[in-house]
Design a protein around this ligand. Structure first.
Ligand SMILES: N[C@@H](CCC(=O)N[C@@H](CS)C(=O)NCC(=O)O)C(=O)O
Length: 239
């Protein structure tokens, strides 16, 4: 295990995920600080990251490719965190054509020079105010779901991954799937003591079994319709 990974666990060996810091929302209100506009916002991701992967999927399925720009970091997470490389240095990478940074950490310091948290992806960047709007994938996908509907074709506008009638059912899946599967694999994989590993690993399989049981009679988690609950589950289980 590399030192880098050991550093992520607490003294008792448990991996504790920090809460995301930038929590603003893009709004359909044109007077809002972060008003929805085409070509104003930029998404920074890693192909490897299951959290970022959620935002990539929703951006693609909602037809936002030409509304929200994309940069993809180098696949390797080094000592200075996520790095931008050229496509030639790292196939699949898309450099930071917006801010011309070398590392994701530089975006965080540009947004807040006193930032003390981890330098995670995804990051939703505002090119107008030169700052981070939001670095929490579950919220970025909610914005992508509705906030940019004025700028996409009608068939994409009609797609809703969090329809009102299913919100409770979706939330009831999201919560345990986050704790036991999405974050459960991190709590198991990044545990640095046997005890911490055992505290967490069994629940991953208990919940995979519960989900499997449900999906014996349904194609999707909530309302037997494709929703954000499926996207959030899929990016973890596919890995
Ligand atoms: N709460 C965040 C978590 C994102 C996250 O943990 N991203 C990882 C990659 S999978 C990361 O960038 N880690 C870099 C680090 O912690 O140094 C979200 O869901 O958006």
């Amino acid at each position: 295990m590399s030192n880098n990974i050991l550093k992520w666990a607490s003294k008792d060996g448990e991996f504790r995920r920090q809460t995301s810091t930038f929590r603003d929302f893009v709004s359909t209100d044109p007077k809002a600080t972060f008003a929805a506009e085409p070509n104003r916002y930029h998404l920074y991701v890693s192909w490897a990251c299951p959290w970022a992967h959620r935002t990539i999927i929703v951006r693609a399925l909602k037809g936002l490719d030409s509304v929200i720009g994309l940069s993809v970091v180098d696949y390797l997470l080094g000592d200075k965190g996520w790095k931008f490389s050229s496509e030639k240095e790292c196939p699949g990478a898309i450099p930071d054509t917006v801010n011309n940074k070398q590392y994701i950490r530089e975006l965080y310091f540009q947004a807040n020079p006193n930032y003390e948290g981890r330098f995670t992806v995804p990051v939703l960047w505002d090119k107008k105010l030169n700052t981070i709007v939001n670095n929490e994938s579950s919220e970025i996908i909610r914005m992508f779901n509705t906030a940019f509907n004025d700028f996409i074709p009608e068939d994409k506008r009609a797609i809703n991954f969090y329809p009102e009638a299913l919100q409770k059912e979706i939330d009831d899946w999201n919560t345990p799937i986050y704790d036991n599967v999405n974050n459960g694999v991190y709590k198991s994989g990044f545990a640095s003591t046997q005890q911490a590993y055992e505290n967490n690993v069994f629940n991953v399989f208990v919940w995979l079994d519960k989900i499997e049981e449900h999906l014996k009679n349904a194609d999707y988690l909530a309302g037997n319709t494709f929703t954000e609950a499926d996207i959030r589950l899929w990016t973890t289980v596919i890995r």
